[in-house]
Design a protein around this ligand. Structure first.
Ligand code: UFG
Length: 329
């Protein structure tokens, strides 16, 4: 049973590839290494270096390998960057998905699990957010992912390609042994930035916005451990391979933490001072994002094992300490 993982050299992709292999799947990774890392890919996976927008290349991979399903991560995913370069997001994310669905259809591959995002909701009308709530993205990144979800819906109707869209909230943490973790260039995410300050590779944390309508004025986010997220992909793929229908699930912990609370927890875990200052709001940031993940728990049988920010920050800290400069390649 071979699973194709476009974007398998990225942060969430590499952890999912690792868990798939631990669960005895054959894994084929396709990645252009624009943001991913060759050395983050489990050595038991077959790796093809290429871009999913290159149809000839993608066709070759599907011809050589016997693919039963696709877990799709290959996309740009940085909210602030998408505000500055929206077309980059529509080209890579949306056009990439067009190609992937066309090639899947051509090769009669009928199952896809998709890396979607809470950013499809925009500024929520109610908390916690349910899958059926209004989807009004406040940035091009979220818009591109919503478009990709809609394309899968129509591919299901036209070609019977079944999909599971997993809308992640804020993902953090690393494999518990610290061997793989999060490494973006430039880094924009809260947890790795806090830990880089703790480690001394960065001077201070800037907290973007202190006047949001939240408990302490800073943004509130719902953090989920990358290993729990990886396992949700495997459950979703198994469900599709067993004939499951197309569905959308939120993946979060259903608990919100403010940016200041995250900083405080990181100070406790690392024992470091972690200097921080208030800074202006960052464009495109919704005030509060907290998931209602009841559906994933009920329908997928998803039971997060590391459902607390302490495990998330502690595992990320282990990775950060053993890889202060990230991956070598
Ligand atoms: N933040 C800071 N200082 C920093 C970095 C981040 O204050 O140096 C704040 C942000 O303003 C935000 C919070 O920390 O309030 C979390 O920011 P991240 O960049 O870590 O994550 P986002 O919430 O922007 O985005 C993440 C994923 C997206 C996804 C979104 C959905 O990167 O892909 O969660 O919740 F869409």
């Amino acid at each position: 049973m071979a699973i194709l993982v476009p974007g398998g050299a990225g942060y969430i992709g590499s952890h999912t590839v690792d868990r798939l292999i631990e669960n005895n799947f054959d894994v084929v990774v396709v990645d252009n290494l624009a943001t991913g890392h060759r050395s983050s890919i489990n050595k038991k996976a077959h790796f093809y270096n290429g871009d999913i927008r290159d149809k000839e290349f993608l066709n070759e991979v599907f011809e050589k390998e016997s693919i039963d399903g696709v877990i799709h991560f290959a996309a740009n995913s940085i909210v602030p960057e998408s505000m500055e370069k929206p077309m980059k997001y529509f080209d890579n994310n949306v056009y990439g998905m067009i190609n992937l669905l066309e090639v899947m259809n051509q090769h009669n591959v009928k199952n896809i699990v998709f890396s979607s995002t809470a950013a499809v909701y925009g500024e929520p009308k109610q908390i916690p957010i349910k899958e059926t709530d209004a989807k009004e993205p406040t940035n091009p990144y979220g818009e591109s992912k919503l478009m990709m979800e809609k394309m899968m819906h129509w591919a299901d109707i036209a070609h019977d390609i079944k999909f599971t869209a997993l809308r992640y909230f804020n993902v953090g943490g690393a494999k518990m042994d610290g061997s793989i973790g999060e490494d973006h260039h430039p880094e924009t995410h809260l947890i790795p930035i806090i830990l880089q300050v703790a480690q001394g590779v960065r001077d201070k944390l800037q907290i973007f916005g202190n006047d949001y309508p939240t408990k302490d004025g800073t943004n509130v986010r719902d953090y989920v451990h990358v290993l729990d997220l990886a396992d949700a992909h495997i459950l979703a793929m198994q469900r599709l391979l067993n004939g499951g229908d197309s569905q959308v699930f939120n993946l979060g912990s259903s608990t919100g933490f403010s940016n200041r609370q995250m900083l405080k927890t990181a100070r406790t875990i690392t024992g470091k001072a972690i200097p921080a200052e208030d800074a202006p709001r960052r464009a495109g940031d919704p005030s509060t994002l907290v998931a209602d993940s009841t559906k994933a728990r009920d329908v997928l049988g998803w039971k997060p094992e590391h459902d607390n920010v302490k495990d998330i920050i502690a595992s990320a800290w282990k990775w950060e300490q053993s890889h202060p400069n990230g991956y070598e390649n």
